[in-house]
Design a protein around this ligand. Structure first.
Ligand code: ADP
Length: 409
């Protein structure tokens, strides 16, 4: 019987090394081999000094993180790395790692060290890295801690240039923001009559109170107490008019969305201030059921307000079509699990369930002067904060649009 000779361990190792080198060179991503053995010594020193919580130590000592980087040397790179980071010469790239690391990515290096010492197999994240010409770019960074490599103080990292994707995402966000802004301005256009009415009220009151004040002053014995009270009312009304204008300006203003923790109940109440006259003109009874102690959500205040005003305007318009004497708009808020829910319910005709999915498509409208952009923009705003917008018909008639937004962590 003839048996194949067993390949020697040395030969197997050579073959594996050969395969690895080929892969290292041929992959489309940038690959690096790093020697971080001096970092091991630095960490042991820290331990001797009594440091037990590396994460906290790194966070408090950014200079130490930079020192670890400076002590980490690039010992090999593939051609993709030369093309992406270098200026033509591979030898030029074999230098301490800190040259490739902008300050803003310090935490990524620190997290990689923590992942390596805690025995994880790999660590990946998106971060900024620096080319030798000083330019920083968006990278997908992966560190691989193969146990046998780590035992030799070696580390493999892979880098993929994702700057085009990141730029495309930024552009998409900007286009969405522009759309949302255009829709807001158009929505304000629809509400012009209401807004004018709202501003007119305090202005008319100011004029009336000022004339009354003059009459009190023209008396043989001017009534100063009465004039003071009237003047105070004038100040309050002027403030009211200024508040309305400032709300409209915020809505109409062109600004990048700002994500911050917001109290949804306050946003709902403020949104209703835009609609006070609209509700009255259409004889709609408003009911707010706002749960106390609602946790904040992470979103842009003006955009969430836009969503609520938009859904409420749609509800008012839907109810205007019905002959029914009862026109009720109910907005309620609640929280469950990690979500805050806003329900906008009306007593209109409800939505045509066959068309249900089309309502959220751009330019779908059943109104003579509709644009069909309201609901798709509302949905894209809500989804950009990790939330959802859905619709159902209520058993008692009318539609219920439900917005959910994740609670700010
Ligand atoms: P537009 O208001 O310009 O038509 P939207 O995207 O806001 O655009 O709404 C799309 C369509 O969804 C409306 O034309 C209407 O047919 C339907 N719709 C929206 N809200 C309601 C509602 N509360 N009740 C019934 N139908 C609604």
């Amino acid at each position: 019987m003839v048996t194949e000779p067993e390949p020697s361990a040395e030969q197997a190792l050579r073959e594996s090394e050969y395969r690895y080198r080929n892969l290292f060179q041929a992959m489309a991503a940038s690959f690096w081999e790093l020697d971080f053995s001096p970092v091991g010594a630095m960490l042991r020193d820290l331990r001797k000094q009594g440091v037990t919580d590396y994460a906290a130590y790194f966070a408090e000592h950014p200079a130490f993180v930079r020192q670890m980087m400076a002590a980490t040397r690039v010992i090999d790179v593939n051609d993709q790395t030369v093309a992406l980071f270098g200026r033509g010469e591979k030898a030029e790239l074999l230098r301490p790692l800190d040259d490739y690391w902008p300050e803003e990515s310090n935490h990524v290096y620190a997290a990689s060290v923590l992942a390596a010492v805690s025995g994880r197999a790999s660590y990946a994240t998106e971060c900024k890295l620096r080319k030798l010409n000083g330019e920083t770019f968006d990278a997908l960074f992966t560190a691989c801690f193969a146990p046998e490599a780590v035992a030799n103080g070696k580390l493999l990292i892979g880098v993929i240039d994702v700057s085009e994707r990141v730029q495309a995402q930024a552009m998409l966000r900007q286009v969405q923001a522009e759309f949302a802004h255009a829709a807001r301005v158009s929505m304000l256009g629809e509400l012009t009559a209401s807004i004018a009415h709202e501003v007119n009220q305090p202005l008319a009151a100011i004029a009336t109170n000022a004339s009354a004040g003059l009459r009190w002053l023209d008396r043989p014995e001017p009534d100063i107490v009465e004039v003071r009270a009237l003047t105070q009312r004038i100040i309050a009304d002027a403030q009211r008019a200024a508040d309305i204008i400032s709300r409209v300006r915020t809505m109409a203003g062109h600004r990048a969305p700002e994500t911050a923790p917001i109290a949804v109940n306050g946003v709902v109440e403020e949104a209703m201030l835009f609609l006070a006259h609209e509700l009255q003109a259409h004889q709609v009874a408003l009911r707010l059921v706002l749960v106390k102690g609602l946790p904040p959500v992470m979103a842009d205040r003006v955009q969430v307000q836009q969503v609520i005003v938009n859904l409420a305007v749609n509800a008012i318009q839907a109810m205007a079509q019905t002959a029914s004497a009862v026109r009720a708009l109910t907005i309620s808020t609640s929280a469950r699990d990690d979500l805050v829910t806003i329900d906008v319910e009306d007593s209109g005709p409800g939505v045509d369930l066959a068309q249900q999915h089309r309502l959220f498509e751009s330019f779908f409208t059943t109104k003579a002067n509709g644009m069909g952009m309201g609901l798709p923009i509302c949905r894209s705003i809500v989804e950009s904060y990790g939330g959802a917008l859905s619709v159902r018909n209520r058993a008692e008639g009318g539609a219920c649009f439900t917005v959910t937004l994740p609670v700010a962590s």
